[in-house]
Design a protein around this ligand. Sequence first.
Ligand code: GAR
Length: 210
Amino acid sequence: MQMKNIVVLVSGGGTNLQALIDAQEAGKIKGGRITCVISSKPGVYALERAGKHNIKTRVIARKEYADAVEYSKAILDALNEEKADLVVYAGFMTILDELVVKAYPYKMMNVHPALIPSFCGKGYYGLRVHEEALRKGVKLTGATVHFVTEVCDGGPIILQKAVEVQNGDTPEVLQRRVMEQAEWKILPEAVSLFCEDRLEVNNDIVTIKN
Ligand code: GAR
């Protein structure tokens, strides 16, 4: 089986990118390797993390493009140039036009810091998600890895993991626990399953093959 090219899209600190790099170095991403990291913002720490591991980086700054369509065309050109087999949103905070999703059907995945369909959709990103979970008083939250479709956070669910909310949690504390206990585990796992050709999608339902 040919090694798949994994392109990771980032916008910030890149702890999920780090989890992918660590998994790759531990031999836990079977059938693929991270070939490029693309950031929507210059100067973010995720770019340094990639650089330290000699992974190619590109910056395609959202603010340099007039609208989502123009920006999406630039991202699509880059994905094609990089010959991406899998595109991973790892804290990528920009919604792309459906022209990208249509070019990479069920070849793009996102990690979201809640148990979808709770606390998801437009406006639910980063700390906001945890603020809303605490405001609602849920006792369990978690993370979801799903395929990206034209519906924001609405694509087929690949993996989920629950995390307990504890008394006195702040959004920051809860975010950290969700990352440590869920995101950093299920994202590399989902990426490996994809690269091993073990994910099957039928009628929007993902089945993991043995
Ligand atoms: C992560 O918690 C990720 O799940 C979330 O932003 C954080 C990025 O952290 N993504 C979203 O909210 C997407 N809707 P990172 O840059 O350290 O990986």
